[in-house]
Design a protein. Structure first.
Length: 280
């Protein structure tokens, strides 16, 4: 009789244990699935580029790359509140994709032959050019005007050196750790121009505190095709993103996003680039 009581109690405990485990496992399985319907998607962006990818003081995110990524995610089945934004700095973009930290990356990611050995690119979704940012009343209109002038860029960038090598050998290079420092130098007059991609320059110049103070020189010193990086071999995601980008251009959402994020700087953007051949 005592043995039967123990057996019954044990059986009851076992049933409760199985029921609890099943309930708990269901939530975990739902969290880890990867195709919309209440699940999350991780997208890599920059956190420190105004007009492109910026984390605001209130924790929200803004910029052209953010708008493009949000549109693409929706076409993949994810609402904005299902997106988890992941900061992906330039040096870690390839690793973030190969590790599976993010599903795709939209972060001023120029398509190059070297990078295509490690990741696949959807797009391009924007054609940018190296340019100069100067004060509104500046007489600098050509790269050659920088001879004898102070030219700023960030440490580790080749943009300023390219200008010195190819256009203005007598330019005086100034390097700072951030573009914000270059902008401050431009405002104070300690530098005469700032150089990097025109999209990045336009994003900074469009900030409220700088509106009307700076202008882009409108030079096209290089071609930078921005693509959306996906894990090498993930053809299914690549094709879906290309489809989404084509739709974004067709329904004018792309044009609207460009104007809203870069318009205040007088950014004369290129037409939407032709989306690359979809891999089948």
């Amino acid at each position: 009789m005592k043995l039967r009581k123990v057996t019954a109690a044990t059986a009851a405990a076992l049933v409760l244990s199985i029921t609890a485990t099943a309930c708990g496992g269901g939530d975990k399985d739902k969290e880890n699935t990867g195709s919309g319907g209440g699940d999350k998607i991780k997208i890599g962006i920059k956190y420190d580029q105004p007009g492109l990818g910026l984390k605001e003081p209130d924790g929200s995110f803004s910029g052209f790359d953010v708008d493009v990524a949000t549109y693409v995610a929706k076409e993949l089945g994810y609402e904005p509140n299902q997106i988890e934004w992941v900061e992906t700095k330039s040096a870690d973009r390839e690793n973030a994709l190969s590790r599976g930290d993010v599903k795709f990356i939209v972060a001023t990611y120029s398509i190059t032959d070297e990078r295509k050995q490690k990741v696949d690119f959807a797009g391009p979704y924007l054609l940018a050019h190296q340019d100069l940012l100067v004060k509104k009343d500046s007489d600098i209109t050509e790269a050659t005007d920088l001879n004898g002038k102070k030219l700023c860029s960030v440490t580790g960038s080749t943009s300023a050196q390219n200008v010195k090598n190819d256009f203005a050998p007598k330019a005086q290079l100034r390097t700072y750790s951030t573009y914000s420092e270059c902008i401050a130098g431009l405002q104070s007059g300690s530098v005469d121009a700032l150089t990097t991609d025109d999209s990045i320059l336009a994003g900074y110049a469009a900030q409220d505190q700088y509106k009307g103070k700076f202008k882009l020189a409108g030079l096209k010193l290089s071609n930078e095709n921005y693509g959306i990086g996906v894990k090498k071999g993930d053809t299914e995601t690549l094709n879906k993103i290309n489809d989404a980008l084509e739709k974004m251009v067709a329904d004018k959402s792309w044009e609207k996003a460009v104007n809203e994020n870069f318009g205040p700087a007088g950014y004369k953007h290129e037409p939407a680039p032709k989306i690359g051949n979809i891999v089948k």
